[in-house]
Design a protein around this ligand. Structure first.
Ligand code: P6P
Length: 344
């Protein structure tokens, strides 16, 4: 038992790196992990607990809400509400920011999350997940405002996710590398299984919804064609893998190497994925594992959202491919500007 590194033991060991004397962050991260263990149990029993299917409601994103979306969201909010170190919460499933009960004035931490990413996959038993991001506010003693969340992703103090798949994994970073833990159902603990995760320098997977090609801009067509053509030896064994759950696609690519691409296009001019609780946390994790993340023109972690639910184009994974997309984006947009000048 002494050599089993559980998440709790690991966090306590690393406590000095990010916690000072308070232990507040340790308690917060431990509670987030607890919430994900409970969500994992609900997901695993969904078919038996009559919690499959939709609620009939739509969230602020205009997406259909599933029963498990509600369960996961309410679970996370109720757990975080009672933590004195958390002052406010922003969730994909709630229109507005929520001030917590216990820490609204004294809490230092702001928590954003997508409680159940990929919920359209629940009823077909495909991997889904929870994504979270933790920020620290500059001052305490007053109530947080939405503006406290609208900061660059580089100000996150922690980010990570859980994936509910063939096993349940918890992956996180505090800016000092990425570590992955696998839930041991027999013990009820997340156990260190993937220390110091690094994205392999090979493109095993290309993850993109190719049926959106009819709306793509030239840079996306050029990028996908370059990889798919196989003309470059780097891509001779690259396969298309896209499950429709962002965190599952990103987790797989983090383990085996690959690039995920959900660009802006003529239909979704700002992209589909949300900055605060999808792009920022996953960009933090991927960068800490040696990868990169861009919207085509900007580093994702440099972007400041103008709204809690602001969307962004997202290309993340192997640095060489993310930079290649950026070069193609620049070429396409410079050419567009030159054509516009010529027409003027
Ligand atoms: P599309 C799930 O609804 C989600 O927000 C992400 O998890 C996923 O990557 C994306 O949407 C899938 O979108 O348009 O390809 O179905």
């Amino acid at each position: 038992m002494s050599d089993i590194m559980t998440l709790s033991r690991y966090i306590l060991q690393r406590k000095r790196n990010y916690d000072g004397a308070t232990g507040d962050f340790t308690i917060l991260l431990t509670h987030l992990a607890l919430a994900m263990k409970v969500v994992a149990r609900q997901v695993a029993k969904a078919g038996l607990l009559d919690v499959l299917g939709k609620t009939g409601d739509h969230n602020v994103q205009g997406e259909q809400v599933t029963k498990l979306d509600v369960i996961a969201n309410e679970l996370l909010i109720s757990l975080l509400n009672d933590l004195p170190m958390v002052c406010a919460i922003a969730s994909e499933e709630t229109d507005e920011m929520c001030l917590t009960h216990a820490g609204r004035l004294s809490g230092r931490y702001l928590v954003c999350f997508d409680p159940l990413d990929g919920s359209s996959n629940i009823d077909v038993n495909v991997t889904i997940g929870t994504i979270f991001s933790i920020r620290k506010r500059a001052e305490v003693g007053c109530e947080a405002t939405p503006e406290d969340f609208l900061k660059p992703g580089s100000e996150q103090v922690c980010a990570g996710y859980a994936v509910y798949g063939s096993s349940t994994m918890f992956v996180y970073t505090t800016g000092d590398g990425v570590d992955g833990f696998t839930l041991d159902p027999g013990v009820g603990e997340f156990v260190l299984s993937h220390p110091d995760m690094r994205i392999p320098d090979k493109v095993t997977c290309l993850s993109v919804n190719s049926t959106n090609r009819k709306n793509w801009y030239p840079e996306t067509c050029a990028f996908v064609d370059h990889i798919s053509s196989g003309s470059d030896p780097r891509y001779k064994s690259t396969s298309s893998r896209y499950v429709g759950t962002l965190v599952a696609d990103v987790h797989r690519n983090l383990l085996v190497g690959g690039v995920f691409c959900y660009p802006d296009d003529r239909k979704s001019r700002r992209g589909k994925l949300r900055i605060l609780y999808e792009a920022h946390p996953l960009a933090f994790v991927v960068e800490q594992a040696g990868g990169s993340a861009t919207d085509g023109n900007r580093r994702i972690l440099d972007i400041v959202p103008d709204d809690l639910h602001a969307r962004v184009p997202l290309i993340l994974g192997n640095t060489r491919e993310v930079e290649l997309y950026g070069e193609m984006w620049q070429r396409a947009h410079v050419a567009e500007a030159e054509n516009a000048d010529a027409r003027a």
